[in-house]
Write a protein that binds this ligand. Structure first.
Ligand code: ADP
Length: 493
């Protein structure tokens, strides 16, 4: 005997609003349409009854036909699919179906259950999107990103890590982190991770207590920079380290410091040579000078004209040689005999220099102006010499018939002062702007402008000894501005 459907049960199903409960006959026509189905789809019962279900709510072809439901009812799980509403919109219906026996010998129909799972679908999709994004970002990163669980087993290993360590993901997932660490540092490292796990901070740079080193699959050990962070995922701690292979940078740094040391050594050699040569040459040169001068005094006019001329050349040459040797000596003394660094008010230094140069400035008709200058820490004598050389040049290289106007300016660069000496002189052609700071490099012959070409080389050395740099900007026939920087005095102001 067939079981009669329970009237109470049916009424209950009809009243449910959160689930659509729909019965169709074997031809696919709606025979039952509960309140939930009406609410979810927007089709009232009157309209739905006797309609073909597939025509009513299906979005895709073949969906919600008897064949489709037959297949669905054969499986056990719910199926997600779009269901069309009366107003043309749709929702993601989690749907299941069962075969309903026919009571009257006709082919069986189906009972269909569905609910709106759109927001669940959206959340899942969003989750999937952010997971994909996260994975893509991590795979692009050139750094290694490695996560471990509390027992220090590897649970995440990005492409950067594969590249750096030479292991594939599959080779290391589930293994202990120690495979990536040189044997000697393993236990210390493990202790540190454990200690970090207990500390209240959530992220820290690694390597503050000694360099971080990694171990590649090949066994090769490499220097690294790394930071670690921890995450509490529902009571379970996950540690993630971001690590960068700094082998190449280290090698470059080492090469650079080797070169710097080599350069410093050869510089020192050169300076010692310049000093010794100029110092030791002075003595015999003095002798040559005094005897040529003696010759000149005693024998001028007593031999023939040629002899007078030759003696003149010799005296000239000796004088020049003495000047050059003195210059070389002062140049090599900038570093060798540099004085102590003291607080130096540059306005006062400038005033003293201008007093010394007074007669020369007056003679040239020079006007000198200046900004209020800062106090710096430096070698007072050398800073005076710096100003003196630059101002002397500004006067010396004036345009014929134009009174020199010279301004000493200053600009605040934050941690440095930028000082400048500007003139309205003959200017310097672009191609010589760097050369003029080289020792004995001049652009003019001695007849036009006297000098040996040491002044700016000494200026450069002085500025560099003080931790600054010097350069010039210039326009031919308009003037030049020499700039130099000096570190700010920490406690001046
Ligand atoms: P010197 O003054 O003995 O020639 P420096 O080293 O002081 O040596 O200067 C090198 C060269 O730079 C000078 O010969 C000159 O050509 C150029 N120079 C320096 N200062 C100026 C300036 N203020 N205006 C134009 N040219 C300059």
């Amino acid at each position: 005997m067939e079981e009669q459907p329970d009237a109470g049960l049916l009424a209950g199903l009809d009243a449910i609003t959160s689930y659509g409960v729909v019965a169709i006959d074997s031809s696919g026509r709606v025979r039952r349409w509960n309140a939930g189905a009406a609410k979810l789809t927007g089709f009232p019962r009157d309209q739905a009854m006797n309609s073909l279900l597939a025509e009513l709510i299906a979005e895709g072809p073949e969906e919600f036909t008897p064949a489709f439901l037959k297949e669905l009812s054969a499986g056990e799980s719910e199926l997600g699919l779009w269901i069309r509403r009366a107003d043309g919109t749709r929702f993601w219906g989690r749907t299941t179906a069962v075969v309903s026996a026919s009571l009257d010998g006709r082919p069986p129909g189906y009972v269909l259950l569905f609910r709106d799972a759109t927001s669940l679908k959206e959340t899942t999709e969003e989750l999937e999107r952010s997971r994909t994004m996260f994975e893509r970002i991590l795979s692009i990163a050139s750094d290694a990103v490695i996560s471990i669980d509390e027992s220090q087993r590897i649970i995440f290993f990005n492409q950067g890590a594969e590249r750096i360590f030479g292991y594939t993901r599959d080779e290391v997932l589930g293994r202990e982190l120690s495979v990536l660490i040189p044997e000697g540092s393993r236990s210390a490292h493990m202790d540190r991770v454990r200690e970090f796990g207990q500390s209240p901070v959530t992220a820290r740079v690694m390597g503050e207590r000694g360099e971080i080193r990694g171990r590649r699959k090949t066994g090769e050990i490499f220097p690294a920079e790394a930071s670690i962070s921890k995450l509490d995922l529902g009571g379970e701690k996950i540690f993630t380290a971001v690590l960068r292979d700094v082998t190449e940078r280290r090698m470059a740094e080492e090469a650079l410091s080797r070169q710097a040391a080599e350069l410093a050594r050869s510089n020192a050699d050169l300076e010692r040579f310049a000093y010794v040569a100029s110092h030791d040459l002075q003595e015999p040169l003095r002798m040559v000078a005094s005897y040529t001068q003696l010759l000149a005094r005693r024998y001028r006019g007593r031999l023939d004209d040629d002899a007078d001329e030759f003696i003149g050349f010799a005296v000239d040459g000796v004088n020049r040689m003495q000047a050059l040797i003195n210059d070389l000596l002062s140049y090599s003394r900038v570093d060798r005999r540099g004085g102590e660094f003291r607080r130096t008010p540059l306005t006062k230094t400038l005033r003293e220099v201008l007093a010394t140069l007074g007669p020369a400035l007056d003679e040239a008709g020079a006007t000198i102006t200046n900004d209020p200058l800062p106090v710096v820490t430096g070698d007072r004598t050398q800073l005076s010499q710096l100003f003196q050389n630059l101002i002397q040049n500004a006067v010396k290289f004036r345009r014929p018939g134009v009174h020199p106007r010279i301004h000493i300016g200053v600009e605040d660069l934050g941690d440095m002062w930028q000082l400048s000496v500007r003139d309205n002189g003959i200017g310097i052609a672009e191609e010589f702007l760097e050369r003029i700071f080289i020792i004995f490099q001049r652009l003019h012959n001695r007849a036009d402008y006297p000098g040996t070409g040491i002044g700016l080389a000494i200026c450069k050395k002085i500025v560099e000894r003080h931790g600054g740099r010097i350069w010039v900007e210039s326009v031919v026939d308009e003037g030049s501005t020499f700039y130099f920087t000096l570190p700010k005095d920490a406690d001046a102001e």
